[in-house]
Design a protein around this ligand. Structure first.
Ligand code: NAP
Length: 258
């Protein structure tokens, strides 16, 4: 009998991440549902019949502890944890990029060596991260097919610096930390897919937009249920061996533009 695949879902105590964990478990995957709050994590584990793990994606130590737990490898990583804060200033920008972009990047980099053959990485992104929110010059830099991870980090840090200096508008950035964080997540998806193209493990990396979903983040008037929002990330997490896209951005299981 083949061993069950093992998935890690970040931010799985509520919202879309909770539903992704539920759908993956229902598909026969062994799920580690991670939460910042260990008590909430235990409650989710009990409810869904999955494993719980305490993880703050902004805390390197907590990522290291998770990695040591995964010594035997991992098949699916869903970077779902995210924040959308009210207001706009340098602190909001730092916190938002810290979770949505740097958190997803750190978790992925740390767990990448542990990924097994045919592993899948899913970035839960957003249509709000479309390149169209940037000036033409910034768009070209983010969209450069030779952009490296370290150059991307420099670009993301330059947004923080430009906000601190009060010049982000004239430099071509939108007044939205959330948008820029997801622009970064999307660029990271393309870079990772490119870096992994020749990896013998045949790992696929894709980004998903769940649509506007009724969660604490999306609010009550959002048209989609968490079940609908989780569908495309779960589809990407379960792409069969050798068959599927990598380096794409999807909503409703269909490609959408960056
Ligand atoms: P949500 O209900 O607010 O849930 C966010 C989750 O992220 C919670 O589990 C939260 O944990 C976790 N989180 C926040 N900061 C964290 C950190 N530092 N470390 C670990 N976990 C952290 O939001 P959601 O609507 O489910 O959103 C999930 C993802 O979908 C996000 O990436 C979001 O950007 C994306 N998305 C959502 C919508 C929408 O309409 N809802 C649309 C497009 C994209 P705590 O409970 O501990 O705070």
């Amino acid at each position: 009998m083949s061993k069950k695949r093992l998935a890690v879902v970040t931010g799985a105590n509520r919202g879309i991440g909770h539903e992704i964990a539920r759908q993956l478990a229902a598909a026969g995957v062994e799920v580690i549902a991670t939460s910042r709050d260990p008590q909430q994590g235990r409650a989710v584990a009990k409810e869904l019949g999955v494993r719980a793990f305490a993880l703050d994606v902004t805390d390197d130590k907590s990522i290291d502890v998770l990695a040591s737990e995964l010594r035997d490898g991992l098949d699916i990583l869903v970077n779902n944890a995210g924040v959308a804060k009210n207001g706009f200033d340098v602190n909001v920008v730092k916190q938002t990029l810290g979770v949505n972009f740097f958190g997803a990047m750190q978790v992925t980099e740390r767990l990448l060596p542990l990924l097994r053959a045919d592993a899948r990485i899913v970035m839960v992104s957003s249509g709000m991260g479309e390149l169209s929110s940037l000036s033409r010059e910034l768009r070209a830099r983010f969209d450069d097919p030779s952009l490296t991870k370290s150059e991307l980090v420099v670009l993301m840090e330059s947004f923080v610096d430009d906000v601190a200096a009060g010049i982000h508008g004239e430099k071509g950035w939108p007044t939205s930390a959330y948008r820029v964080s997801k622009v970064g997540v999307n660029a990271l998806t393309r870079i990772l897919a490119r870096e992994l193209r020749d990896d013998p493990r045949r790992i696929f990396v894709n980004a998903a937009c769940p649509g506007w979903v009724r969660t604490d983040m999306g609010g009550r008037s959002a048209p989609r249920s968490p079940e609908e929002g989780a569908r495309t990330p779960v589809w990407l997490a379960l792409l069969p061996p050798d068959d599927g896209p990598s380096g794409g951005f999807f909503r409703d299981e269909r490609p959408i533009s960056w």
